[in-house]
Design a protein around this ligand. Structure first.
Ligand code: ADP
Ligand code: MG
Length: 451
């Protein structure tokens, strides 16, 4: 699956919970993802009726699905098959320029994840400065660079900004971005399919030839020997050759307990920079910048309201802003009052008449697992309770993105917001990896929608 297909399949996944089965089949299931262009995912259909039908009736659920899937795109555009050629030609040109080892797929750095678009405050100024220094002189002084912070605080944004900047200064450098998860998958694939170790050789080769290696979310590096062993050797080769290594993690090095000491000690051997949750002023500045970027007409009052509402996660802040902007454009007005913002956020969380609440999500999840609400809101950490609790927390973050994590933690037994983050991320990755979890989440969501 390439990047477009992956993004579209995530969006489809969300859509399936938002539109009827019949509409899903008729309008969405047969769209083909073609390419991402200017942060817009281009989808193709052969039928004018599908293109027009979606534009007329389904923009709301489609936008909601895009937001829920957290896809890093601004939107989608549906084109007819007859319009395809102009897009395909551009893609082919791009591929011709590929100078990497054939098995290395360069991602296109998000063009709006730049340093200019990154708002700096006390919470992230050290990380941003280190990132800039690395982008200006990769492999020179700050090697490796290890950035850590909770989800949604801009780590991926910074990595892309470094990539954009390095390639702008020196387009011939081989800059490779991957996630620890992809690295692991790539490795497993090479091991499984290796004939006479050929693929394995290629695997090492492709990493060792890089000028810059960025590995996002190293907390997802597999515990297996092979993943850690290979990364260790790649790390050493690149480091000795004075090639830049940049790592991100959602936790500090010392908490990466399942990663071998010889690796973690190397992770921490250069510059370690953390990103903290932004202050109120920084949250306001970020919202202003995003509103400008997405051309959302929103008043200062509403911006302040949002900045008060979510104190940690910039991704969620951005999600709320986009939702409000979307409702404003639907109603052909500016998002100029807190009442309007509240209404937009309330509506977006259900998409139906009966509002979805945290209580309802907890109740439905408990019904599904056949346990008591009091239990998942209690202190016990038995196996039977942990999974439903994490599932419920995860569903709240997905279905009610405007609820602050701290409030979710509070509701589920006075837990800390970091517990909610952990639950959400864990469930998210389990759903990604395991059909069984995916099905559970879908079933519960359907129960919630149909209540
Ligand atoms: P992480 O990788 O740490 O989970 P991301 O880099 O994906 O977080 O950031 C989530 C969203 O928040 C992105 O859209 C990003 O542009 C935005 N964001 C985070 N911090 C900032 C900031 N300081 N300035 C502007 N946008 C930010
Ligand atoms: Mg990230």
């Amino acid at each position: 699956m390439n990047q477009c297909e992956k993004i579209w399949s995530d969006i489809l996944d969300k859509l399936s919970g938002l539109v009827s089965v019949a509409c899903y089949e008729i309008y969405f299931s047969k769209l083909k993802p073609v390419v991402i262009k200017d942060d817009t995912l281009i989808l193709m259909t052969e039928l004018t009726s599908v293109k027009n039908g979606i534009a007329k009736n389904f923009t709301a659920p489609l936008n909601m699905a895009i937001r829920e899937s957290m896809a890093q795109i601004d939107g989608v555009k549906i084109i007819l098959k007859s319009e395809l050629s102009s897009y395909v030609e551009e893609e082919e040109k791009k591929e011709e320029k590929e100078e990497f080892h054939p098995s290395i797929k360069q991602i296109v750095f998000q063009k709006n994840y730049t340093f200019d678009n990154f708002v700096i405050g006390d919470s992230n100024k050290y990380a941003a400065a280190a990132a800039r220094a690395v982008a200006e002189a990769p492999g020179k002084n700050l090697n490796p660079l290890f950035i850590y912070g909770m989800p949604g605080l801009g780590k991926t944004h910074i990595l892309h900004a470094i990539g954009n900047e390095i390639l702008r200064n020196n387009p011939s450098l081989k800059v490779y971005y991957t996630t620890a998860e992809n690295f692991t998958n790539d490795l497993i694939y090479s091991i499984r399919n290796s004939n006479n170790n050929e693929l394995m050789k290629q695997f090492r080769e492709k990493y060792r030839n890089l000028d810059v290696l960025m590995m996002d979310d190293v907390q997802f590096l597999a515990k297996t020997n092979s993943a850690q062993e290979n990364l260790f050797h790649i790390f050493n080769d690149l480091y000795t050759a004075e090639k830049q290594i940049i790592l991100s993690s959602d936790r500090p090095v010392k908490e990466l307990t399942y990663i071998e000491d010889r690796l973690t000690s190397r992770f921490a051997s250069g510059v370690v920079a953390d990103i903290q949750p932004p202050s109120f002023e920084t949250r306001v500045a970020i919202l202003q910048k995003k509103a400008y970027h997405y051309k959302i007409d929103v008043s200062q009052e509403v911006i302040n309201y949002l900045a008060e509402k979510e104190k940690y996660n910039v991704r969620l802040l951005e999600g709320m802003l986009k939702t409000i902007g979307y409702f404003a454009s639907l109603n052909n007005r500016a998002a100029d009052s807190v009442e309007f913002a509240k209404e937009a956020l309330r509506d977006s969380s259900s998409g139906q008449e009966s509002a979805i609440t945290m209580q309802k999500i907890a109740e439905t999840t408990c019904e599904y697992f056949n346990i008591k609400v009091a239990d998942i809101c209690g202190k016990k950490k038995t196996k039977e309770l942990v999974e439903p609790r994490q599932m419920a927390m995860y569903l709240v973050t997905v279905l009610l993105p405007e609820i602050p994590l701290a409030s979710i933690g509070q509701f589920f037994g006075g837990r800390d917001h970091t517990t909610v983050i952990h639950a959400r991320d864990k469930m998210q990755s389990q759903i990604g990896e395991n059909e069984n979890y995916k099905k559970k989440a879908e079933d519960i969501k359907n129960l919630i929608y149909n209540k």
